[in-house]
Write a protein that binds this ligand. Structure first.
Ligand SMILES: [Fe+2]
Ligand SMILES: [Fe+2]
Length: 183
């Protein structure tokens, strides 16, 4: 697949076309999305009025597609992407000694290990380096490079009020993922 068709495939927001992608994605991260702690992300504003939940689903869904199309480790990449902003506080309200851009990836790693799983070395690096180049050291893996690029794309969509294009898919994921509750 050439770069142009990868980009047009990634940015397709038609639920009809995306049905199989949505099912595959929910199979990989259904347990995370259904977890009560993950549901808390709905209550935290991430970028302006966009919730941390919406942003995390947006980023991880596109990471799922990109890592599949580029022949990467899809499960590792998608699960790390779903957890990349799992820092569990409203950064507009809760302040820390360290700048949020540097602090929150560390909290996301800690929370992921507490509530979900032992992240492997690659997944830990993916989450810690997703703010590159603000995080000085670039991601060490292809999957990490995909995550940091997709995160920037989705953040730009949030900032320019274009994320609503993803809303029908987000809502379909919400419906589909309930099938994976308690599995
Ligand atoms: Fe982040
Ligand atoms: Fe993010």
């Amino acid at each position: 697949m050439n770069p142009k068709s990868i980009i047009s495939n990634l940015t397709d927001c038609s639920v009809e076309n995306e049905k199989q992608w949505i099912e595959g994605y929910c199979g990989v991260v259904g347990d995370i999305l259904n977890h009560p702690k993950y549901q808390l992300l709905r209550g935290y504003n991430h970028h302006k009025i966009i919730s941390c939940h919406f942003h995390s689903v947006y980023v991880s869904f596109l990471t799922y597609k990109a890592s599949t199309l580029l022949g990467c480790n899809v499960v590792e990449a998608t699960r790390a992407a779903a957890l990349h902003d799992f820092y569990l506080y409203d950064w507009h309200i809760t302040k820390h000694d360290e700048f949020h851009a540097w602090y929150h990836p560390k909290m996301a790693v800690i929370n992921s290990q507490v509530y979900f799983e032992q992240l492997n070395k690659k997944q830990t690096d993916m989450i810690l380096s997703h703010m590159w180049p603000l995080h000085i050291v670039p991601p060490k893996s292809k999957e990490g490079m995909i995550l940091t690029m997709v995160d920037k794309y989705c953040t730009s969509m949030d900032m320019f009020k274009q994320s609503k294009r993803f809303l029908p898919i987000y809502e379909e994921i919400d419906r589909e993922v309930k099938k994976y509750a308690n599995t």
